[in-house]
Structures are given as C-alpha cells and as structure tokens.
Design a protein around this ligand. Structure first.
Ligand code: CA
Length: 242
C-alpha cells in the first residue's frame, strides 16, 4: 500500500486530504508544520509527499528543498493557492516533481497521485545500456548522467527528460510526447512544469561542462517541443536558440 505524507497547516484542507486519500486505499500521515513534515519524512518511508507551501514555521520552498535532498526517490507534489505562479516555478526549481492548485479537486488529486505512484522509480524511463551523445553519457541502470567524465547531479524528472531526449539525438520531441512519457498521459495541469525542468537541465549541463560553449544543447522548437542536438550540430551552430 502506498504511503503518503501530507504537510498542511490548514485543518480543513488537511483533514479532507487525509480522509479522502485514506478512503481510496492510501496510508496517510498528516503533519501540520514544516518541521514536523521534515521529521516525519526522515523517519518514515514515504512514496509521495503533498506539501503545502504556506506553512506557519518554515518557508515551504525551503521544506521542499530539504525534502528533495534527503528523500531523492520520494515524489514531491506541492500544493499552492491559485495564481501563485511564482511559487510554483520556485517550488519546481526547488525539487518538486509536480504541483496542484488549491482548492484541489479530489478526482484530479487521485489521478495525479496514482499516476506518480505508477511511475515509481523502478518503472521510470530506462533505455537499455549506456547512451552516449558526444561527451554526455547516460547510465539508465544507475540513473546517472556524466558529462566530460563528471557526474551531473540530476533530479528524477530531469533525468527522465534527458534520457527521453537522448533516445533520439537530433530529433524533435514534441511537448506532448515529453509530458506523456516523463509525466503522465492524463496530464491535467499546465505544462509549465516541463519548461521549468528543461531550464534546470540546461543550467546544470552548462555548469557541469568543462567548456560551457560545448555543453550539450537542448533547443527549443517553438510551438512543438525540444531537441537534444547532436554534438557536431551544437559545435557548428554557435547561434544558440536557447
Ligand atoms: Ca497553509
């Protein structure tokens, strides 16, 4: 049975989340503060954390960051009030895998939670054998990425994204395909999460590259999606489209 941790200080929302999720077969532990959430996450083995960003004791983003570093394999979904777009972007950059806006509809919550759990670490995208694109090497079994021989620390979704793009270097991959393969076929929300993850991926690859000008390049194809450039294409075309 999947184990969920809810970190939410609002009594009404917290109790609705707890009772709804329990009624649908999940084991739920509810914490009302950021510190409580961090302690509980460290002590228990949770598959997924639902994290409210507006917490009384700690900044939700900070909680998100700490949870991500201490629980790399736990799915982290932030809960945010509608229209707090900046919070969503910052939360995703701080390591969240997904977000839901409040008030959360039960059908959407259940669909997302189930989708994330289905795609747990073992079932995430994993092409056979190492994949090499120029000086970029992807080790699907270990879920590790190396650039110029140095490991690039990537989060779960960042790894899934680069692995998906690297399946066909030089080929365009549509946003729909990326959302379906890396997130879920029944994606309800905004695809902003995709752009945020791509941005983080680019930044990490540039930072890790021995020569940033030769970093693997992910081009944006407006209105379509993204493409991981083959190294020779990146090298010839210095007019970056990113
Ligand atoms: Ca709150």
């Amino acid at each position: 049975m999947a184990r969920l941790l809810v970190v939410e200080d609002d009594e009404t929302i917290g109790s609705v989340l707890e009772s709804s999720l329990e009624r649908h077969g999940f084991t739920v532990h509810w914490e009302r503060s950021g510190r409580g959430g961090l302690v509980a996450a460290g002590a228990g083995d949770y598959d997924l954390v639902l994290l409210d960003l507006g917490l009384p004791d700690l900044d939700g983003i900070e909680v998100c960051r700490r949870l991500r570093s201490s629980q790399p394999l736990t799915v982290l979904v932030i809960l945010t009030a509608r229209h707090e777009e900046m919070d969503v972007v910052i939360g995703l950059e701080a390591g969240a895998d997904d977000y839901l806006t409040k008030p959360v509809r039960l059908t959407e919550l259940l669909a997302r939670v189930r989708a994330h759990l289905r795609r747990g670490p073992a079932s995430r995208i994993a092409p056979a054998g190492d994949v090499e694109v120029g000086t970029l090497r992807i080790d699907p079994a270990g879920r590790r990425v190396f650039l110029d021989g140095q490991e690039v620390p990537l989060r779960t979704k960042e790894f899934d994204l680069i692995a998906r793009l690297a399946e066909s270097p030089g080929a365009a991959v549509s946003r729909d395909a990326l959302m379906t393969d890396v997130w879920d076929a029944n994606w309800y929300g905004s695809t902003k999460t995709l752009d945020v993850h791509i941005a983080a991926l680019r930044r990490k690859l540039t930072e890790a590259a021995a020569d940033p000008r030769l970093a693997p390049r992910i081009s944006t194809l407006r209105g379509h999606g993204y493409r991981l450039e083959r190294p020779e294409e990146s090298a010839c075309d210095s007019g970056s489209s990113r």
